[in-house]
Ligand binder design. Sequence first.
Ligand code: PLP
Length: 389
Amino acid sequence: MQKRIYLDNNATTMLDPSILPLMQPYFCEKFGNPNSLHKYGTETHPAIQEAIEKLYNGINAADSDDIVITGCATESNNWVLKGVYFDEILKKGKKHIVTTEVEHPAIGATCSFLESLGVEVTRLPINAQGTITAEQVAEVIREDTALVSVMWANNETGLIFPIEEIGKICRQKGVLFHTDAVQAIGKILVDVQKANVDLLSFSAHKFHGPKGIGGLYIRKGVELTPLLHGGEHMRGRRSGTLNVPYIIAMGEAMRLANEYLDFELSAVRKMRDYLEDKLLEIKDVFVVGTRENRVPNTTLISVRGIEGEAMLWDLNKAGIAASTGSACASEDLEANPVMVAIGADKELAHTAIRISLSRFNTQEEIDYTIEVFKKAVERLRNISSSYDA
Ligand code: PLP
């Protein structure tokens, strides 16, 4: 059988197999609606409560009431921006939102939608190090700024943004602060209290939970008009019948993400660094961003003279799954937007390959990947008209 090596963990992750048996009873046996008053409903409550406790412990939220379950991080991000539009912009007369140029489209496209309604959005450009500074944020906050939304870690480069410093500035200036922590959870420590975060989005499938379930942390005291009105689920904050098995799975995935954090920061980082060191031995290969400021599983690597898609194709043929950037954009052949933002030349921006590891990868898989990668570079450069060795 052909090898299958999964190195696209920033797109999605495998469900941790230990989670599946915890979900199973909640499909055919304890399948009740948690809102029902009979036993079928009430017997789901302890497991839901336990899952929510695991979630708030995982991000050090002060209270379990601070976490609302959503369908995905795209929903959480939409909710924040559209909620702020109602609560801060329409009701209080503010006009302005601050974000970055490299947010996930769940923020970027929603901001564009709000611009079409008259909201003014400042998208901070990233610097040559691939991030922004807290000073940049401080400089653009205005009297009428309703929200600052900055991702904790970038999905393509893995670079970490200075969330604690930005949180401090927002708190000092009295501006709401949201962070999309989808790519940070399970990779680095995420502590909402320490970072002065008011709102934080997360998604289970990025930390070995199932797809189609996520959450939003809303600090106590922050009002956010619901995105989904309906029944009184989640204390009226997010209507829709609770997906019990997935909530249980997300809670356990968060617990495991924290349990494995040291492993991620040592063993996964070591494998990633080894892979990077070996690939950097190839001539004209570049890695985006310093390792110190990057989540431990991610490498965005450019191979001069080879289109990212061509490289991906050779890796795929050998059973290795990687990506040219975010999964949502991988069907078009546009230059990697983050590479463009950090000022890479146009040619180099087309050559970016993202390799993202998880705790389920092995050293043997990494050794095989290095071998395949080196062979692919040789083959593709030999047939490339644009590469002059
Ligand atoms: N935010 C970031 C940074 C992401 O990487 C992703 C997924 O790629 C999302 C948001 C969207 O998450 P979901 O798939 O849960 O909607």
